[in-house]
Ligand binder design. Structure first.
Ligand SMILES: [Ca+2]
Ligand SMILES: [Ca+2]
Length: 262
């Protein structure tokens, strides 16, 4: 159990020093500045899929990460800073009137809206995400799963279809959604695509341009998914116990609650 105890100590250190994350299964992305002008009403460094402000498309940071081949659809943490001076986002003054006008959040990334600022223009921000990675011996990607086809209402590679997401029945730490020929879901032309560790992936034909009610014509592309899960074959020393990965909801909301199943 010495190994498990050591890892636990590292994780407690993570919770204590928010700016000094280090864990072999976690990795920061490069700094991303996907929006350099404010002519669209502000500075939007957005993450996630199916966002209203992006016209029901993925966030521009999620798209830029996909262009770089980086999968991070369930970040553990985000950091935002002013691009030129590298000041923390909350030191620029944009958020001084109200956090809702300029904020950096794990839910949607960095959002700053010009219209609420007395100077009339947001600073230029950049963002990076802390992501789970398989560059460690505790986590690995499952095989690709393609259960559904878009010929009905949707291509629904959802948790209901693919459950359990992980072989041990636990919630995956991340999900990778691509078309069957390998294109990142964030980079297709489909609208209202969802790629989420809890929901899975879905794309509904009715939300696509050219949809005709009653038609069964598939308009969504055909997608496949894989999940980042605990490596069930990693064993501490000679013990028969199995190390399970850190659980998603515990990491996000209470690092001190992390437990290991033996
Ligand atoms: Ca920016
Ligand atoms: Ca499919």
């Amino acid at each position: 159990m010495a190994l498990a105890a050591g890892l636990l100590a590292v994780l407690f250190a993570i919770s204590a020093t928010a700016n000094a994350y280090s864990h072999e299964c976690l990795q920061w992305t490069p700094w991303i500045n996907a929006d350099q002008n404010t002519t669209d009403g502000g500075d939007y460094e957005l993450i996630g899929f199916n966002l209203d402000v992006e016209g029901s498309r993925p966030g521009r940071v999620t798209r830029e990460l996909a262009r770089r081949g980086i999968v991070c659809n369930n970040p553990v943490q985000v950091q935002c800073r002013e691009a030129s001076t590298k000041r923390h986002w909350y030191q620029t003054g944009d958020a001084s009137r109200s956090p809702k006008y300029a904020r950096c959040s794990l839910a949607e990334g960095m959002r700053c809206q010009n219209k609420y600022l007395s100077r009339g223009k947001c600073h230029d921000y950049e963002i990076r995400l802390l992501c789970w990675t398989d560059k460690c011996r505790h986590l690995k990607w499952t095989a690709w799963s393609d259960i559904d086809n878009p010929s009905g209402h949707c291509d629904c590679e959802t948790r209901a279809n693919t459950r359990p997401g992980c072989p041990d029945g636990r919630t995956p730490l991340d999900i990778d959604c691509r078309t069957v020929d390998g294109q990142h879901a964030a980079l297709t032309k489909d609208f209202h695509v969802v790629c989420d560790v809890n929901e899975g992936m879905h794309c509904f034909n009715k939300f696509q341009p050219g949809y005709v009610k009653g038609s069964w014509r598939p308009l969504c592309l055909d997608y496949k998914v894989r999940h980042l899960c605990g490596n069930l074959y990693t064993k501490p020393n000679n013990s028969a116990e199995i190390i399970y990965p850190i659980q998603l909801h515990e990491v996000k909301f209470n690092l001190s609650d992390i437990h290991w199943k033996g």
